[in-house]
Write a protein that binds this ligand. Sequence first.
Ligand SMILES: Cc1ncc(C[n+]2csc(CCOP(=O)(O)OP(=O)(O)O)c2C)c(N)n1
Ligand SMILES: [Mg+2]
Length: 340
Amino acid sequence: MTSARANRSRSKQPIEDYLLSEEQLEEMYYRMLLSRRLNERMIAMNRQGRAAFVIAGAGQEAAQVGAAMALQPGVDYLAPYYRDLGMNLVFGMNAREAMLNVLGKIDDPNGGGRQMPSHWGNRERHIVSQSSVVATQFLHAAGIALGAKLRQDPVVVMATCGEGSTSRGDFHEALNFATIHRLPVIFFIENNGYAISERTDKEMATAGVAQRARGYGLRGIVVDGMDGIAVYQAVRPAVDQARRGGGPFLIEARCYRLWPHSSDDDDTRYRPRKELEEWAAKDPIKLFRERVERDGIFPREDLDAIEARVDEEVREAAAWAQQQPDPKPEDALGFVYKEG
Ligand SMILES: Cc1ncc(C[n+]2csc(CCOP(=O)(O)OP(=O)(O)O)c2C)c(N)n1
Ligand SMILES: [Mg+2]
């Protein structure tokens, strides 16, 4: 049950040092936690044999939610990658839809049960459908931004991926093209330390992704991706500048993949447990909660009430989604071959 205190309305005034209002901070906590709890439930459903495949964003929620909150849902475009459940939640996805997606149900708004889980896409919400081939979304983002610029439409496009995917040619072509044409694209890279089992130092010879931007005349910065407030504060000015015609920007959020690559991966074969424990102590959701409680923004009972609300939403969504219809086997080849 939520307390009367927890139901009080939140101020919309930005708080000093945060640049976010109480209302926005509550949203940030709620969405980060919802993303994590959904992922936890999805993994449980995978182990029960109910969900075929799960690829999660645990450890990256602050990066995803902080960055997406700097955009304008309904106006701006997202070209996300598979781990970006948190970004989708900011752009309007709810718990039920997330569960429809992981269960491959016919009403999944991302692909009607015809896509792999976490292959996001939603036309109404301006979320660009993506390929399994990593980094292809960067060229789509540059193209959408070019169109917006030609129409003089004040739209910003955010394209995201993991650091490993920045070694693909598509990424470099998109950076080059977007910089030449001063396109309103934010390249947001979630550097989580690994590309499946490969560590970052075996993915690139530079100390990170931000340095790669310089070769294209693009500004690139690094931000602490375990801190949602810092991420918002770094991304927001870049978005505002891009909207005013200032061109693209690259932001590398340093975070950590707290779970194995996917539900099919065994990370004990390549990742030291000690390293994992060190990063788990910096869990972005835990750090956020500690900070807002310590600074007296929200009392503990308010944060507990948000947790209770999230837990109930996830429980309800999982139970509901399992009752929803599956795609029909006879429709499997629809949209693949020309009818008749
Ligand atoms: C072109 C291409 N090569 C390989 C793969 C297989 N693959 C899927 S995810 C992945 C790792 C990507 O690592 P990173 O970009 O760091 O993202 P992360 O999974 O760490 O979030 C790979 C190699 C793919 N999907 N596409
Ligand atoms: Mg990675």
